[in-house]
Design a protein around this ligand. Sequence first.
Ligand code: 9PG
Length: 447
Amino acid sequence: MEPIDSLDVTETAQVFEHGWQSWSPSTTYGVSDRPWRPVNERNRILCYRPETSPDDTLFWGEGLLAVDPGDGSGIRIYAVKDAAEEVPSIQAELHGKRLVVSATGPVDCIVDTGRGTIDNALARWADGFAASSGVTCIRKAPSIWCSWYHYFTDVTEADMIENIDEINRLDLPIDVIQLDDGYQTAHGDWLSTSDRFRSLEGIADRIAATGRRAGIWLAPFLVFPDSKLAANHPDWLVGGATSPIHAGHNWDRDLYALDATHPAAMEWLVEVLSTMHKWGYDFFKIDFLYAAAMDGARYEDISPLAAYSSGIRMIRNAVGDSYLLGCGAPILPSVGLFDAMRVSPDTEPQYLPNGGDRSQPSVTSAMMTGRGRAFQHGRFWVNDPDDLIVRPSIESRKQWAEHVRNYGGLRGSSDRIADLDDWGLAITRELLSESPTEPFIPSRGHA
Ligand code: 9PG
């Protein structure tokens, strides 16, 4: 860590921390607050930057941190200029009244004396970062229905058909019907379906028959140790066949990462995606993308972030002009590569996160970080605040729907349609009938 700045701050000073990937907590703190940190090692790898482990006695941003010193002298933004190869960590530590800012690599320090709060200054910074990262246009998102937040991994073909038919019967304003996690036999074996599904092509046809488009989820860079892919091609894994890296733990398993620089691995991944595209899928939610950017030995000796962006570009090429939604993705290195991005942890039927860890699925976690990254909407891409869930059993459904209304660019629904009551159906219809693309303006009073 090299010191890059040191400034006097008042008691009302604030610090904004930007987390690494979609699910990493990102918010503004009072200068004497303790920031959110992982409550265990499993969450740290899966939802924070796996290569860093700051404690809660100092502030820590990945590539971006902002300070309002509280004395009217302007907001300081410390930020990486170009996130394509390296993203330094930036820390701010309070010594009495003095805040000392340090970084692990080169970062810009901008003093923003414009109007408004930290969020307004971040929005101005984001305009410049987007332009220099190659963002040329913000592509309007389709409205979607997603299978995840009711069915989770138990989804069946019959569930899909039931909802396709209900959406059609009620004439809901839904452009894309997206199958989420649960159709595949194992992560890695994306084209082989579980016995709860007859055919992915058949589902796409059924959706198309209602005049809608088909969407699908996959975690292209995650590999289950018990998949056919890991058994047949252990040399395609980051870290190599003998010592594959640990890319997190979920679905009751340790996970491996696919090497985005391995020509045969990528040839196969391109084949998976172009096959899905040929079957009629043209909305792709690609998830757990942090795995492609983790440290570890690869076929080609390039930086993990260069490997990541080359992998994403290959996916993009494989799916033509399909709409590309990123999730679980390192945020700053993804600017310019996606149409839309999940900017927060998952919502969930539950209000508070397990273990009190704000990276974990819950309405509270999704609202905090969704708000913290609101400035990215319409600048980096279309923000995805996560799907509306408004069936009567969701206790905080009114609060969650207001969040989606205020912060949503990509509007999705993820209830079993038949479970919706009149209010749930009305708010789903209302919120999904528009897809805002205009840049988010913090001063418009979205609390
Ligand atoms: C499918 C899901 C959905 C969801 C994604 C992602 O930290 N965690 O334990 C954790 C669990 C699930 C998760 C993200 C993090 O969900 O965000 O929309 O597609 O995968 O498995």
